[in-house]
Every structure is written in structure tokens, then in C-alpha cells.
Design a protein around this ligand. Structure first.
Ligand SMILES: [Zn+2]
Ligand SMILES: [Zn+2]
Length: 314
């Protein structure tokens, strides 16, 4: 019995596909995967260092279990180890403190000191990244500090919406993420305002959703694709266009990773993946979202576009 049947009890629309090796936008190999998907009938229901370590542990553990995403997860673990170290170094820094103390903590321009450790990140990507990113790391290594500052500032000041190249987006997003997390944490930012379609802290798009146990069901939140901030979001609303008709918001899940679901919108043809922690208490949302790359391939083959690619450009 598929997860769709388990949840809905009827109305199963299945799709079964066996896909060959694929390459992501950054050249990561996505292994062969056999997935079965079911339409789940719409239901009318409603940081710190430990965080990095939990993600690293989860990525390594899942890499050993899910061959289709093993390369992706091992590379993510290497990136997250660098991020954890960088976070330790910068969380108490003067620049983070200055940014966090402003009235809008994410508007302070990057200063030259922020660029300092980018050179140490390049070998991490050079050792364990896909070929396309290895080449980009070598090319970046040959550039000077001002060029690095320009690359990072372009991403920082454009709110990530200016469609930079995939490799520039990867390096800037991955390297600056610990700064963004640090600023949000240090500023003790909380959100109790109205439904926010972009991150209420750094104004980037959500990268994924999460369902956390609440009473008999789950409370839906969105997680920022950059600062990893989390905010509550109504369960039956498209985070791209605001569609609220449950019949236009199909939800799909697969046998292999039953706690990760594709939440699609037939109005704007976008989708976001949500990690259901009511089904898997051990899940780490950011990691599990990456591990379920087979769902992305399936959703995109059905004509849906991802609201926001993840850190690895998937
Ligand atoms: Zn954010
Ligand atoms: Zn929509």
C-alpha cells in the first residue's frame, strides 16, 4: 500500500518511473532511482552548532541508505562541516554584531573582513564537489579579494532574486549562510505577523516546508532558503501564488521517503517539498529535502517548477 493510500484511503493516482543517471544544474550525479508516486487527496485541515552537526550526521547517515542521493548528501555534509566551522568563528564577530543590532539586520553592506575565509572554502568544493563546481572553485581561486567581495555582495544585496549564475549563487549562498544564520540568531528575530510569502527576516524565498507535530495533526512552517529561519504558514495555501483551493493544490509522496511530500500548485505550476516530522521524528528538514531529489525529477517531469532551488542548486 502506498503512502497516498495510507493517507487518503482512496483516489490513488500512481506514477512509476525508472530513471537513468542524471546531472543536476551544478553537475551533481543523481543516481538511478525507482520511484512510485501517489496523489494524496486534499484534506481540509488546517541554531547553533548542534544544528549544523545534526545536519551533517543526518546527511552521512542518509547517504549510506539512499544510493540515488549519496553523492549529493556527501557533498552537502562536506559543505555543512565548513559552514559549522565558519559559524563558530563568526557568530561573535563585530560585523555580525553590528549587522544584528541594526533596525533591519540584513541591510548592512558586507565588509572586506567577511571575505576572509572564502579561500578556505574553495578547496572543500575542489575536493568533494561536482566537476562544474570544482572548475568554478579553481577559477575563483585565481581571482583577487575585490572580485570575491563583489561576488558575495551581489548576492547579499540582491536578495538572491537577481538570477546570478548557478555557480556564483552556490558559492555566495553556501559561504554566506552561516553569517545569515548568525545575524538572525543574534538579533533574536521572531515572527508573529501575517502570512509571509518570503522570509520575514532576510526576505528570501522559502526553500522547503516542514510539518511539526501539533495535536492530532501537523503545523506547517516554511524554512528560508538562505538564513534557515522558520515561520508558520497556513497549510492549504500555495507559497508562490497564494492559491487556497485544495483541489488545485495536489500533494504527492513516494514509497522510498514517505515523510517527504511534493506540494504542487496547479494554478501557478510551482511546487515546494515539505518534510513531515509527524511521520519521521528523526528527520532533518534541510537534509531530507535534498535526499528526496527523485521527487524533484518527477515533479519537473510533470511540468512543475520548483519555487526555489536548494543550496546545491537542485
Ligand atoms: Zn531568511
Ligand atoms: Zn501557486
Amino acid at each position: 500500500m502506498g503512502v497516498g493510500q495510507l493517507l487518503s484511503g482512496s483516489g490513488v493516482v500512481g506514477a512509476r518511473s525508472s530513471r537513468p543517471l542524471r546531472r543536476s544544474r551544478c553537475g551533481l550525479i543523481i543516481g538511478p532511482c525507482l520511484i512510485e508516486l501517489y496523489l494524496i487527496a486534499p484534506r481540509r485541515i488546517a541554531v547553533g552548532n548542534n544544528e549544523w552537526q545534526r545536519r551533517i550526521d543526518r546527511a552521512e547517515e542518509m547517504a549510506s541508505r539512499y544510493a540515488s542521493a549519496a553523492e549529493i548528501l556527501r557533498f552537502y555534509a562536506a559543505v555543512a562541516r565548513f559552514q559549522a566551522e565558519l559559524y563558530r568563528e563568526i557568530e561573535g564577530s563585530a560585523w555580525v554584531g553590528k549587522a544584528a543590532s541594526g533596525s533591519n539586520p540584513f541591510t548592512l553592506s558586507l565588509d572586506r573582513g567577511v571575505v576572509g575565509s572564502l579561500r578556505q572554502f574553495l578547496p572543500v568544493v575542489g575536493r568533494s564537489g561536482p566537476l562544474k563546481l570544482q572548475d568554478a572553485a579553481r577559477e575563483l581561486g585565481a581571482r583577487d579579494e575585490q572580485s570575491h567581495l563583489n561576488l558575495l555582495s551581489t548576492f547579499w544585496e540582491d536578495d538572491g532574486n537577481a538570477a546570478p549564475s548557478e555557480t556564483n549563487d552556490f558559492f555566495a549562498r553556501a559561504y554566506l549562510q552561516p553569517y545569515a544564520v548568525g545575524i538572525r540568531a543574534r538579533a533574536k528575530m521572531r515572527w508573529n505577523g501575517p502570512t509571509a510569502f518570503v522570509c520575514p527576516f532576510c526576505k528570501r524565498k522559502p526553500g522547503l516546508g516542514v510539518l511539526r507535530p501539533l495535536g492530532e495533526g501537523g503545523q506547517r512552517s516554511l524554512i528560508c532558503s538562505f538564513c534557515l529561519g522558520e515561520w508558520e504558514f497556513r497549510r492549504i495555501v500555495c507559497p508562490a501564488c497564494g492559491e487556497e483551493d485544495p483541489l488545485k493544490l495536489p500533494v504527492y509522496a513516494a514509497e522510498e521517503l514517505q515523510h517527504v511530500r511534493v506540494e504542487a500548485c496547479d494554478s501557478c505550476k510551482s511546487y515546494i517539498k515539505t518534510v513531515d516530522l509527524t511521520k519521521s521524528a528523526l528527520g532533518e528538514p534541510v537534509v531530507d529535502e535534498m535526499a528526496s531529489v527523485a521527487l524533484d525529477l518527477w515533479a519537473q517531469s510533470r511540468g512543475y517548477a520548483k519555487l526555489q532551488v536548494n543550496l546545491l542548486q537542485l
